[in-house]
Design a protein around this ligand. Structure first.
Ligand code: PMP
Length: 435
């Protein structure tokens, strides 16, 4: 009997005992293709030798130094690497231990920024429906999942939600992408006006939505219009790249495909490649200056932030991401995955949409292709697909049922960047069989 409290009490999970490349093996000797990198985490696969060596080397040097006493050379190096890779304007890095913590830190930075510059009345956070930004109290409140939040009220901070950019479901017949982006910008602006033009501190969004929608990217002008609206009202833009960042969508940061620069970016998951929990907030000079020229204090901190072994793993992961062959494989294998899914599932009456960028792809399931009617959540389609895939030796990341009162089921794929063509084909074959 397992003594572990699972998220879903009583379900029997296989016990993983080994991981190598894109495969995980369980105690019974069954092998699974990690088609989702766990939850878009294991970007370089399991047991990547170079990352392991970097961690081992760091363990032999120093394995922990509290950040109130020291910075470390390895954390400094990681920060340099991240700033070098990030779009110009994101000049500083705050290291944390995971995705929720990154979102939490970004929200607190936004709040303190406005206190520092004498606008403490800016407290409201606007995010989007059907979003997920983490499970700590602030991140949970920011996420658009009413069901997840409901049981923790009334202690959750007040947050507000507008529509996500979800062209497959929301773009009207005959509406151009530009007009759709404009409609969403108008909705955001109306929400800001409703809350008070000088009362909103931040707008939070994932550039490409992962867990809740299944690899849904924005239409071309969406983030440009969002940036303009934020600028008009002096609101900070926080982009959550915890899932879609670190090369997942074909560029190191997904926002690089949108032609805008936010004030704050959160990253985690792929940053540590699954070797160590780590995350980071990248911040603009403006935010940094407010602290540096103001109280001199960012009032935050967790015990394991900037952990040297995690930083050593992440630094090596980032170094590998910078190699041209890594990102070119993401592009090539991403295209192969899309083409394979299109060929195997495009004609299925139950597959409404196949989309995504890089090695971040989603398949949306519907009862009827024409009406796009989703499956009844009581059928628990996503859980059944997960079970069927696991039985066929494939880990994928199905989600759905009801999110924020809206029904829908999809499957997210996010395999490691080291994946090879025949392994992509196996993912497609197994997923199609499971569906
Ligand atoms: N933001 C996004 C976009 C995520 O996908 C996740 C995790 N699924 C988080 C934040 C929270 O990250 P973590 O689970 O590492 O706390």
């Amino acid at each position: 009997m397992s003594r572990i409290l699972h998220r879903t009490i009583g379900i029997g999970l296989p016990t993983a005992v080994a991981g190598e490349g894109i495969y995980i093996t369980d105690r019974e000797g069954r092998s699974y293709i990690d088609g989702s990198g766990g939850a878009a985490v294991s970007c370089l696969g399991h047991n990547h030798r170079e990352v392991l060596e970097a961690m081992k080397a760091q363990m032999g040097r120093i394995s922990y130094a509290h950040t109130s006493f020291f910075t470390t050379d390895v954390a400094e190096r990681l920060a340099e690497q991240l700033v070098e890779l990030a779009p110009k304007g994101l000049d500083y890095v705050y290291l944390v231990s995971g995705g929720s913590e990154a979102v939490e830190a970004a929200l607190k930075m936004a709040r303190q920024y406005f206190v520092e510059i004498g606008q403490p009345q800016r407290r409201h956070i606007i995010a989007r429906r059907q979003s997920y930004h983490g499970n700590t109290i602030g991140a949970l409140a920011t996420g658009g999942n009413a069901w997840r939040r409901a049981q923790f009220k009334p202690i959750l901070p007040e947050t507000h939600h507008v529509s996500p950019c979800y062209a497959y479901r929301d773009m009207q017949v005959g509406e151009t992408p530009e007009a759709y982006a404009e409609r969403l910008a108008v909705e955001l602006e109306a929400k800001i006006v409703e809350l008070g033009v000088d009362k909103v501190m931040a707008f939070v969004a994932e550039p490409v939505v992962g867990a809740t929608l299944g690899a849904v990217g924005p239409v071309a002008d969406y983030f440009k219009r969002v940036r303009q609206v934020c600028d008009k009202y002096g609101i900070l833009l926080i982009l959550d790249e915890v899932m879609c960042g670190m090369g997942r969508t074909g560029t190191i940061f997904a926002l690089q495909q949108e032609g805008i620069v936010p004030e704050l970016v959160t990253i985690a998951k792929g940053l540590g490649g699954g070797f160590q929990p780590i995350g980071a907030v990248l911040l603009s000079e403006k935010i940094y200056r407010a602290f540096a020229d103001g109280s001199g204090l960012f009032q935050h901190g967790h015990t394991y932030i900037g952990h040297p072994i995690a930083a050593a793993a992440a630094s090596k992961v980032v170094e590998i991401l910078q190699r041209p062959e890594t990102m070119s494989n993401v592009a090539k294998m991403g295209e192969r995955l899309q083409a394979g899914l299109d060929a195997a599932l495009g004609q299925s009456p139950y597959v409404g949409d196949i989309r995504g960028r890089g090695l971040f792809r989603g398949v949306e399931l519907v009862v009827d292709k024409e009406t796009k009617q989703p499956f009844d959540p009581s059928r628990k389609l996503h859980s059944r697909i997960k079970r069927e895939s696991m039985q066929r030796g494939l880990m994928c990341y199905p989600m759905g049922g009801t999110i924020d009162g809206i029904n829908g089921d999809h499957v997210l794929l996010a395999p490691p960047y080291i994946i090879q063509p025949e392994q992509i084909d196996l993912i497609v074959e197994r997923l199609a069989a499971a569906i």
